[in-house]
Design a protein around this ligand. Structure first.
Ligand code: GRF
Length: 200
């Protein structure tokens, strides 16, 4: 399956996907990486892996819909079948989300439905939870919502700050995202309401 990855920054999750897809036995290949921000590390990672890149600056478009339509055209032209959001820091319009229904994944650094939005590690520390983690889910119109494919949990330690908790979660993100992409690319995911079921 051909995958398009949307990024805005560091791209460590993109790197995990690139590394997984480098294995010829992996059921997906990354056809294109799109960034809405020029010059980010994620673009360098894609180039180093000889993957095509496109920079589509959101500020060049009058509306969110127009920006999303431009991304959609570039993804379709590249033959992309699955979209992965990997640190992509823009909200998506409902038309774009509808067009990729069942075929767009996001990774979020918390155990959803807890701690949606930004600063999830700070939210977790403030809530005093003893388990935290990450979630890979199918994208639906609501932010950080949608059927969950994979979650990974880590302990929260008494002396944790935001940074070391983030690093512990990130390590799990890099395992969870390729695993979830494999499940989707192999056609093993069916959606029943809010629940994703995974065929063995
Ligand atoms: C990750 O923590 C991801 O879960 C969140 O944004 C961060 C992106 O990091 N959505 P990177 O760009 O993949 O390194």
């Amino acid at each position: 399956k051909k995958v398009g990855v949307l990024v805005s920054g560091r791209g460590s999750n993109l790197q995990a996907l690139l590394d997984a897809c480098a294995d010829p036995a992996f059921p997906a290949e990354i056809a294109l990486v799109i960034s809405n921000v020029p010059g980010v590390l994620a673009l360098e990672r894609a180039a180093a892996a000889r993957v095509a890149t496109a920079v589509i600056p959101h500020r060049d478009y009058p509306t969110r819909e127009a920006f999303d339509a431009a991304m959609d055209r570039v993804l379709r032209a590249a033959g992309v079948e699955i979209v992965c959001l990997a640190g992509f820091m823009r909200l998506l319009s409902s038309d774009f989300v509808a067009g990729w229904r069942g075929a767009m994944l996001n990774i979020h650094p918390s155990l959803l439905p807890l701690f949606k939005g930004l600063h999830t590690h700070r939210q977790a520390l403030e809530a005093g939870v003893k388990l935290h983690g990450c979630t890979v889910h199918l994208v639906t119109p609501d932010l950080d919502d949608g059927p969950i494919l994979v979650q990974a949990a880590v302990p929260v330690r008494d002396d944790d700050d935001e940074c070391c908790l983030a690093a512990r979660v990130l390590e799990q993100e890099h395992r969870a995202y390729p695993f979830a992409l494999r499940l989707l690319a192999e056609g093993r995911v069916t959606v029943d309401g809010n629940r994703a079921r995974i065929r063995e």
